[in-house]
Design a protein around this ligand. Structure first.
Ligand SMILES: C[S@@+](CC[C@H](N)C(=O)[O-])C[C@H]1O[C@@H](n2cnc3c(N)ncnc32)[C@H](O)[C@@H]1O
Length: 235
């Protein structure tokens, strides 16, 4: 479903474009980020019961949505993303989920109708989270840890800086419990280009550094994530 009103669009085709989405889909299909998907499903599995309502904000082409549906029996899964091509792929890949082209800043779901909201590297709006997440429900935000893709950033930038620590504060929620997850990824051939294409690094770094990277057959990259679990305060 496309539930993004035309007057709310800031550009003709908002969100990630087809090239970024295809690159991310190949990366996810090759299971490079599987340890993150497993950790998310395992931790959210502790929070949900049958029929729980899960919302994947900025769900992209539905990789984490699909893993949640596969690993957590009986949940109802909704995904929103502002990118039309992303939602088309998500809906096809996860026929048991419900997907809509919509903004995380204006989600077409009722107040307090979400037991668990998830955002993996995607923008969210605090007021919408307070409106949507039911009392004692949970919001999981996944952000890059300090050394995420560090070797890539070293190769692209003269003085790369570690990612800052995400805040534990979110009004209307308890202070977050945070977990970190780190693992190594061995990238081969096209995978390196795909990781660059699906990240903001596609737009940064010097051209000659990118050409050097394009010549590499393989590269070891550190994956580093922070998972922040925010519990919604009682009504
Ligand atoms: C870095 S990608 C992450 C996608 C997915 N969560 C994943 O990790 O595979 C960020 C996603 O947020 C989407 N996005 C950007 N702004 C958005 C908004 N205002 N509302 C909903 N989605 C948005 C983009 O289209 C993109 O698919």
């Amino acid at each position: 479903m496309n539930l993004l009103p035309a007057h709310r669009k800031r550009s003709r085709d908002p969100g990630d474009n087809r090239e970024m989405i295809d690159a991310r889909r190949r990366v996810h299909q090759s299971k490079l980020y599987q340890p993150l998907a497993d950790r998310i499903s395992r931790e959210l599995g502790k929070q949900v019961r049958d029929e729980a309502s899960l919302l994947d904000l900025g769900c992209g082409e539905g990789y984490y949505s699909g893993e949640l549906l596969r690993q957590l029996a009986g949940v109802r899964l909704h995904g929103v993303d502002i990118s039309r091509p992303a939602i088309r792929l998500a809906a096809r890949a996860c026929p048991d989920g419900e997907f809509a082209v919509a903004s995380s800043f204006d989600v077409p779901l009722a107040d307090a109708s979400v037991d668990v909201a998830l955002s993996v590297f995607a923008p969210t709006a605090e007021a919408e989270l307070r409106r949507l997440v039911a009392p004692l429900g949970c919001f999981l935000r996944v952000t890059p840890g300090p050394l995420h893709l560090w070797e890539l950033r070293q190769a692209l930038y003269a003085r790369p800086r570690p990612h800052p620590a995400p805040t534990t504060r979110l009004a209307g929620f308890e202070d977050a419990d945070q977990q970190s997850l780190q693992f190594e990824m061995q990238l081969q051939g096209q995978q390196l280009q795909d990781v660059i294409t699906m990240t903001p690094y596609a737009y940064g770094g010097r051209r000659e550094h990118k050409q050097q990277l394009a010549g590499l057959q393989s590269m070891r990259l550190q994956a580093d994530f922070v998972l922040s679990f925010h519990r919604r305060l009682p009504a």
